[in-house]
Design a protein around this ligand. Structure first.
Ligand SMILES: [Zn+2]
Length: 131
């Protein structure tokens, strides 16, 4: 179902951006398989309803979609995204912070650092630079 129309509605633009950011992070971790993309779509559908009920939450959508996908992946694929900062010890996932707020970031609670903005994980991990 390709939609050739550029989203112009602010809600559509918000959802479109959230989707693109999370897909970019998934691609950087090389987990953008078809079933994973459908997890993003499912989340976007749910968050569309959510932000229609609460338009002030529009700025939070990207972080929420990232967390939805993270939860869905944990059940089907395992932890995502794995922390690129800590070189030793048990592999652990990054968390989205703030959980409910604008400008979401991936953080490692173990090292106590911000790793990257949601959507910029590829730059932080140095992956996916194949052009
Ligand atoms: Zn870490």
């Amino acid at each position: 179902m390709d939609d050739p129309n550029t989203p112009v509605d602010p809600l559509e633009r918000t959802l479109h951006t959230a989707r693109a950011l999370v897909l970019a992070d998934l691609a950087s971790g090389e987990v953008a398989a078809a079933d994973v993309v459908s997890m993003v779509e499912d989340s976007v559908v749910q968050r569309r309803w959510w932000v229609e009920q609460w338009p002030e939450g529009a700025a939070y959508v990207a972080g929420l979609v990232a967390q939805d996908v993270q939860d869905a992946l944990l059940e089907s694929h395992g932890r995502w995204p794995l922390c690129p900062v800590c070189g030793s010890g048990d592999p652990h996932a990054l968390d989205v912070e703030p959980e409910l707020g604008p400008d979401p970031h991936w953080v490692c609670h173990k090292a106590g650092v911000k790793v990257a903005s949601v959507g910029s994980l590829g730059a932080a991990t140095g992956g996916a630079a194949t052009s």
